[in-house]
Design a protein around this ligand. Structure first.
Ligand code: PEP
Length: 246
């Protein structure tokens, strides 16, 4: 089970210090992996605050080249060097605001995996495609275009765009259908069993309902991961869920 916290462009040094202090006495479980994706400039700072804790670190994006004249970009090698184990690629905010297309996302994922990072590759439909009944077709197309042939030890995050930051989540049936399809496509095309995270307005109130869906291997949490109390409550719900299903 995997709990991924995408902080996006939030939390400054002081807030990270306070967040980290509150993590110190928490009992983490070996069965639930937690990973925080802080703003790039604070990866090293956060790393130093949580060195003694079993929390992984990740980057929110990386470039497809490992070095060169790419002002403002970040190399996957540098993420690895700074202590990251994971990287999010293809988040819908990057696709929309930075015009990253499927081909570029594929290159970024390929180069991240080559740098020994585990990728969390985001896919998900917009509201129009969901309402027209095209969601599964849309996701399938994204996957076929975005997944590099070296896609190993990595995850897909199913994040419907209409659910991110809106408080709306798909029904249990819709999440199950999307996750099943994603797993099937990846198995058929690349012969890999891939873990799929759900992302989009996950919070303390809906986490139990989401974790009950057998096809959900974890969650990617944005807004609710910014408050340490909520982040730990979501983590605790995952531990309880695992213990109950043993
Ligand atoms: C995200 O942007 O990855 C995300 C899941 O955000 P939120 O939880 O705030 O909807």
């Amino acid at each position: 089970m995997f709990i991924a916290a995408n902080w996006k462009m939030n939390l400054d040094k002081q807030s990270i210090l306070e967040f980290s202090k509150d993590l110190q006495n928490f009992k983490f479980s070996k069965d639930v992996r937690a990973c925080i994706f802080p703003p790039m400039t604070y990866i090293d700072f956060l790393n130093r605050q949580i060195q003694n804790l079993p929390i992984y670190l990740g980057g929110q994006n990386c470039h497809f080249k490992s070095s060169g004249a790419f002002t403002g970009e970040i190399s996957p090698k540098f993420l690895k060097d700074t202590g990251c184990e994971y990287v999010i690629i293809g988040h819908s905010e990057r696709r929309i605001f930075n015009k990253e297309n499927n081909n570029e996302i594929k290159l970024r994922a390929h180069s991240a995996i080559n740098a020994d990072l585990k990728v969390i590759l985001c896919v998900g439909e917009n509201l129009i495609d969901r309402e027209k009944g095209n969601a599964i077709k849309f996701i399938e197309n994204q996957i076929l275009k975005c997944i590099p042939e070296n896609f190993e030890n990595s995850y897909i995050a199913y994040e419907p765009i209409w659910s991110i930051g809106t408080g709306k989540i798909p029904s249990v049936l819709e999440i199950r259908e999307a996750h099943r399809n994603i797993k099937e496509i990846l198995y058929k095309k690349f012969n890999v069993n891939t873990k799929v995270l759900y992302g989009g307005s996950v919070n303390v109130e809906n986490i139990n309902q989401i974790l009950k869906i057998a096809e959900v291997d974890g969650v990617l949490v944005g807004g609710a991961s910014l408050k340490v109390k909520d982040f730990l409550a979501i983590y605790t719900a995952a531990v309880k869920h695992l213990n109950n299903s043993l």
